[in-house]
Write a protein that binds this ligand. Structure first.
Ligand code: MG
Ligand code: MG
Length: 259
């Protein structure tokens, strides 16, 4: 049985979620052809520290940076580097914060300039599948209902779900129970209860679902080297409708850069 969060804990998780959401928007503003992923990392780390929080990924199990910057065929856990983004690339920024003893964790895949139509479709379908998963994160459902919602949507477009990685609970720890796979069967798995805080994060491939671990022991790449997209939001399981703690509104709403 996974212990649900108290409303006080949820408020602290919300503060983290908003900070991560705003950090993603700052990173998004910096994404452009000619920019290195090290620069995106610098933007994120500066913004998080300027708000008094800690970039929680830095040093986590030896991870060397504040963000994961995963370009094109890198699914997740890419190291920021001196790689220069070019027109047509996609780059996923996955960002974590630690603030008042609780964690924030969200991710967004940004197109670099104009991307081809199939890549645009991959981004749109992956993000929409995240919202399908969120719709299923309600009291009375089970973890498998979330995975089923993501998987059935994504596969209807001919894209594939990475099986080796999954979402998770969030709280004082960056990764808590339950695991939240992006595939599954209706009515199976841990029961969802009010106050459970989950990170739902579909990792979706344009081609086959196979992945492998790069030699640095961190970056996960697609076996066929086609593109992969990743979006992540933090939600609270509620009766009737899940409550989103993090948001892409700072990235996508009027006045911000639109992706
Ligand atoms: Mg994440
Ligand atoms: Mg996560």
């Amino acid at each position: 049985m996974v212990k649900p969060k108290t409303e006080e804990e949820i408020e602290l998780l919300r503060e983290n979620a908003i900070l991560v959401s705003k950090t993603l928007a700052e990173v998004g503003k910096a994404v452009a052809p000619g920019v290195t992923t090290n620069e995106l990392n610098r933007v994120a780390e500066t913004f998080i520290r300027d708000h008094g929080a800690i970039p929680s990924f830095l040093g986590f199990e030896g991870f060397p940076a504040a963000i994961c910057a995963s370009v094109n065929d890198v699914v997740v856990h890419g190291f920021p580097s001196d790689y220069v983004l070019k027109e047509g690339d996609i780059v996923s920024a996955d960002i974590g914060t630690l603030w008042k003893g609780y964690n924030g964790d969200s991710a967004y895949t940004f197109p670099v300039g104009e991307v081809d139509a199939e890549t645009r479709k991959l981004l749109d379908v992956t993000k929409a599948s995240l919202y399908k998963g969120i719709e299923a994160a309600v009291v009375g459902n089970r973890i498998g209902d979330i995975g089923y919602a993501v998987q059935s949507y994504v596969e209807s477009f001919g894209f594939t779900v990475v099986r080796e990685l999954e979402g998770h609970g969030l709280g004082k720890e960056m990764h808590e129970e339950p695991g939240v796979p992006n595939f599954g069967r209706k009515g199976k798995g841990t029961k969802l209860v009010d106050g459970m805080v989950l990170c739902i994060e579909p990792m979706i491939n344009a081609g086959s679902r196979g992945v492998y671990l790069a030699r640095n022991g961190w970056a996960v790449r697609t076996s066929d080297h086609r593109n992969s997209a990743h979006y992540e939001l933090t939600v609270v399981v509620r009766n009737g409708k899940a409550e989103q703690l993090s948001t892409f509104d700072f990235i996508e709403k009027d006045g911000m850069i639109k992706f």
